[in-house]
Design a binder for this molecule. Structure first.
Ligand code: ZN
Length: 67
């Protein structure tokens, strides 16, 4: 094997590796209940429903805890 004249700089190695590593945008879909954007296969954070039924009770007492 022929000898390398220069070793590959860190910046070139890292930029090559960065090209194969991308963050995906968070996908959202519309909630059928309240039409708010929600993550697919997740309980809606606005109304607490999943597959048309109430799964999580939405509590609106965040302001009361702070005071
Ligand atoms: Zn909803």
């Amino acid at each position: 094997m022929a000898n390398l004249k220069w070793k590959t700089p860190r910046s070139k190695t890292r930029s090559r590796r960065a090209a194969n590593w991308k963050l995906n945008r968070v996908t959202t879909e519309e909630c059928p209940q309240c039409h708010a954007p929600k993550r697919p296969h997740f309980v809606c954070e606005k109304c607490g429903t999943y597959a048309g039924r109430q799964v999580v009770e939405i509590k609106d007492d965040r302001r009361q805890k702070q005071t």
